[in-house]
Design a protein around this ligand. Structure first.
Ligand SMILES: Nc1ncnc2c1ncn2[C@@H]1O[C@H](COP(=O)(O)OP(=O)(O)OP(=O)(O)O)[C@@H](O)[C@H]1O
Ligand SMILES: O=P(O)(O)OC[C@H]1O[C@H](OP(=O)(O)OP(=O)(O)O)[C@H](O)[C@@H]1O
Length: 217
């Protein structure tokens, strides 16, 4: 049988998803000791590749991989609505509008908003009927209102520590984020039994994780 190819987002998503994959009985030994390797075939059923989030969607769209594991922030930003088959209970965070405490969201002049996510930001402000100027930033977005580049930011918050340590406040809560398992529609037809088995397996494991967390709380 042909291996199912999975594109897994490297970094935070990888760190949170690998334990889940292992709990589902998928051998991730290679990823655990990866060095500079990018392809992992320790499990005979799967070939896992590690890529940046937006590239997960490129590989998936192109049909080079059948499954992608990626944050909903990236799916939403790319406006690339792949077939999301499963929501995982990891990678949970939220988009917020944040700034220094003197920021006035009601001010009538055209605001400047810095973000790594211009499309999500554009949609949010369109939704509330506001025209803003968006500046795309690649990281450390919190700096923008502190250094005078922007009036406010749209960024991801998880623990809230980054905002707190930089004296920034939340002015609006936008969409929530979590990690999703996405599938190429054509691949779903071609590899139906294997993909269904994998999704069912991950679903069961994810439910076990959720239950374990809720009994701890
Ligand atoms: N606190 C958080 N901040 C940002 N992303 C988070 C957070 N918690 C979970 N995530 C998820 O993890 C992904 C980001 O992972 P990571 O931070 O490793 O990459 P990145 O910062 O976007 O990329 P890079 O550091 O390679 O430029 C997001 O797409 C999101 O789905
Ligand atoms: O609420 P917290 O738990 O503090 O997490 C939120 C921070 O984490 C992310 O940045 P990341 O670490 O990915 O670095 P970056 O700024 O270089 O993108 C995000 O952009 C926030 O800055």
């Amino acid at each position: 049988m042909q291996r199912i190819k999975i594109a897994l987002t490297k970094g935070r998503t990888e760190e949170q998803v690998v334990p889940l994959l292992e709990q589902a009985g998928i051998n991730c030994e290679g990823i655990r000791h990866k060095g500079r390797r990018l392809i992992f075939d320790e499990d005979p059923r799967y070939e896992i590749i590690l890529v940046k989030g937006p590239d997960v969607l490129t590989y998936l769209n192109n049909g080079s991989v059948q499954i992608g594991i990626v944050g909903s922030d990236i799916l939403s930003e790319q406006e690339n609505f792949q077939y999301a088959m499963l929501d995982l209970d990891v990678g949970k965070c939220r988009f917020v509008l944040a700034s220094t405490k003197d920021f006035n969201p009601q001010v009538h002049r055209r605001k400047i908003i810095a973000t790594k996510y211009p499309n999500i930001t554009k949609r949010y402000f369109q939704g509330i009927g506001e025209d803003v100027e968006i500046i795309k930033i690649e990281g450390s977005v919190e700096l923008a209102p502190l250094i005078g580049l922007a009036d406010a930011i749209v960024d991801i918050v998880e623990t809230g520590n980054t905002l707190k340590e930089n004296n920034l406040q939340i002015f609006a809560k936008l969409q929530q984020v979590n990690t999703k398992v996405v599938v190429n529609r054509l691949a779903l037809r071609q590899y139906q039994p294997q993909i269904k088995e994998l999704i069912a397996n991950l679903q069961t494991t994810n439910q076990q994780v959720v239950q374990k967390k809720s009994t701890k709380e």
